[in-house]
Design a binder for this molecule. Sequence first.
Ligand code: PMP
Length: 352
Amino acid sequence: QSWFDRARFIPPDAIFALTAQYLADPSPRKVNLGQGTYRDENGSPWLATCQSLSGTGALHLAGLLLRACKTPLPKIYIPEPTWSNHHQVFSSLGFQCESFRYYSPETRDLDIDSYYATLKSAEPNSVVIIHACAQNPTGCDPSKEQWRELARLFKERQLFPLFDAAYLGFNSGNVDSDAFAIRLFIEETGLEAGVCLSFAKNMGLYGERVGCFLLATNTEQAAIKTQSMLEMLQRSEVSNPPAYGAKIASTILSSTTLRQAWYDDLITMSNRIRSMRMALYDKLVSTGTPGSWEHLIRQSGMFGFLGLSPSIVLTLREHYHIYMADNSRISIAGLNEDNVEYVGQSIAECLK
Ligand code: PMP
């Protein structure tokens, strides 16, 4: 049985099917007069490819597919707080979005009991958005043991996990380690799952909009049918997403040297973020800033929740020229050797 049993098979777009046939034809004399793309004197294309418009486009594509495969529409459970676009993407597609408490401001940590309770009471077939790692904005992820219990509950309650993987590599510096939960759910637990990948942050391809939507299904039939639906949904909306950034990503991933350079860069980025967390923590502790600051080094990924009141956030902005979101979420990447002392000192002055 598959979540996607009611997916339909959509016959391939005639022109795309013709191109696939042309590409598979081994004849040296082959000529493709079907596809309306520019060809140079040697018959070579300048570009062609298929992927999602970054992480946002992958989430949107996932939403379109999920919407087309189930009646009545399943509920979407979204952690609170989360990246604000989650609500917009899914409610604009007509889904009823249900927030659940993910973070406890009191402990400044993940509220795992609330997460478990939400899954235990959710209707079967509901969709739950999961940040694969480096939760935005809290920086709080489940431990490996907690992930195991979550996977067990997803299976028991027949819930559909939709992973938002916008920061693979940012937690540990290693994309594989950061994909722990995705592999645990799909490979070890045997769950069907969607994965929305973005290369915006981890490859610095923000403006190129490079991402993809991956779906793991239980049955081959579901895989064939959902693939055909994804092709139609993609074609009806953007036909083909831009190829330039995808070529950059694919060049990096398919060259051993470039892939290693990328892995090294991820280690550099995640180490720098970790050392900035530590530097800010040290400054706050060494200046005797009131409050506890362990959450800063317990959290991981690019974002951190300082846990400051809105009035302190405003004072920092107006008197110290330090700008952060009203809820005191900070992008750790904005800290560096030159400013981290100043930021720590300023927070200390405001709180004393
Ligand atoms: N998910 C989360 C949690 C994010 O923080 C972001 C980027 N801010 C995205 C998805 C998608 O970003 P993009 O569309 O730029 O890949």
